[in-house]
Design a protein around this ligand. Structure first.
Ligand code: PLP
Length: 383
């Protein structure tokens, strides 16, 4: 039953029907006044979502492209960067930086554990020569379901005085508060297929004044992702190259929905869905991979014992048309991940938890009482 297909992965996330339908409209010229009006509306709402007065630019790319655009516009060859890594995405930013010849130091934590702000503090305090030009952190590390303490790390970066704070907010923006201005973030990257409730294809890069100052002297190679061109044209609500017009239609509708719900309500909904999911897993005797105090609002990673994670996933997919995410790299086959990001409501969690209980029963899992997960989730959701 393909039409019943339910995505519970951390991206692409479910897309509301009104957003899907917006993409079916006839295209319009991207040099038209009509398009500029849409772009102006979107830009204003993007600033609202980022809680910023800074520029928020759009590029045709997935989230990785948005991160790459941010990094290559503010750094120069041979610059030293400090990259936080406690999962697949942190590792990716280290690789990306090395590909551009940057000098990469890493602050690492085990997958499932948060990055320690103290480790950034000692590295930054030891840098008397101020040679560290950027600190790069994944706010919500999707591969392990961990949220890092970005606010604390950003404060340390501010105290350093030279380094820019570059953030992957791909699965935190639209799930929890990422106040760019209040926290002093310099580059914030995200992608449309996550908290935005839009199909993949648009990347977002927000840049502070300090980031623009660094951009003036940045010498890393760039052409399509030269953000100065996006800024210049963006001031006239246009784009340097042909934008994905249908995705702009979709994004306009999705952002309007977000504004109607309100930032605080969106964050509260994600917190509630996260807590209900975690309570259900615990009640089903399924160990959570990350501790409560560092749990991502977007995705819950679970490490089942005595039942194969991949068997759970394939049964959920075949019997119930529910897609869960698997583990990545060394966690492949060891964990499954439940996405609760974007267009997700209480009903989705209750459905997924009951399907999971039926799945566990059909796989002959022991040590859980059928109904316990649902009861625990309901309790959180009705509080
Ligand atoms: C999804 C995701 C990205 C972007 O991945 P793309 O496939 O390039 O869109 C980056 N960081 C995190 C933490 C993510 O979850």
């Amino acid at each position: 039953m393909d039409d019943k297909f339910m995505l519970m992965i951390p991206g692409p996330t479910p897309v509301p029907e009104s957003v899907l339908l917006a993409q079916a409209k006839h295209l319009i010229g991207h040099r038209s006044g009509e398009f500029s009006q849409i772009m102006a509306d979107i830009t204003e709402n993007l600033k609202w979502l980022h809680q910023t007065q800074n520029d928020v630019l759009m590029v045709t790319a997935s989230g990785t492209g948005a991160m790459e655009a941010g990094i290559i516009n503010v750094l120069s060859s041979g610059d030293r960067v400090l990259v936080g890594s406690n999962g697949k995405f942190g590792d990716r930013w280290a690789k990306l930086c090395r590909a551009y010849g940057l000098q990469v130091d890493t602050v690492e934590a085990e997958w499932g554990k948060p990055l320690e702000p103290a480790a950034f503090q000692s590295a930054l305090e030891a840098d008397a020569a101020k040679s560290i030009k950027a600190v790069i952190v994944t706010h919500s590390e999707t591969s392990a379901g961990v949220i890092n303490d970005l606010e604390a790390i950003a404060q340390l970066v501010k105290a350093h005085g030279e380094a820019l704070m570059v953030v992957d907010a791909v699965t935190s923006l639209g799930a929890c508060s990422v106040p760019m201005d209040a926290w002093g973030l310099d580059v914030v990257a995200s992608g449309s297929q996550k908290g935005y409730m839009v199909p993949p294809g648009l990347g977002f890069v927000a840049m502070s004044d300090r980031a623009w100052a660094a951009q003036k002297t940045s010498n890393l190679p760039k052409f399509y992702f030269d953000l100065a061109a996006y800024r210049k044209d963006g001031a006239k609500n246009t784009t340097p190259f042909t934008p994905p017009v249908s995705l702009f239609f979709a994004l306009q509708v999705a952002l309007k929905m977000m504004r109607e719900e309100g930032l605080e309500a969106i964050f509260a909904r994600h917190a509630r869905l996260q807590q209900a999911t975690r309570a259900a897993m615990t009640a089903l005797n399924l160990p959570l991979f990350a501790a409560d105090d560092c749990a991502s609002p977007a995705v819950t990673a679970v490490m089942p014992q005595g039942v194969e994670a991949e068997q759970i996933r394939s049964t959920m997919r075949k019997r119930f048309d529910i897609a869960l995410a698997g583990g990545q790299d060394h966690l492949k086959g060891k964990i499954f991940r439940v996405g609760h990001l974007g267009f997700v409501c209480d009903r989705d969690i209750l459905t997924a938890v009951s399907a999971l209980e039926a799945t566990l029963a059909s796989l002959g899992a022991e040590g859980f009482s059928p109904g316990a997960g649902l009861t625990a989730a309901q309790k959180v959701l009705s509080a």
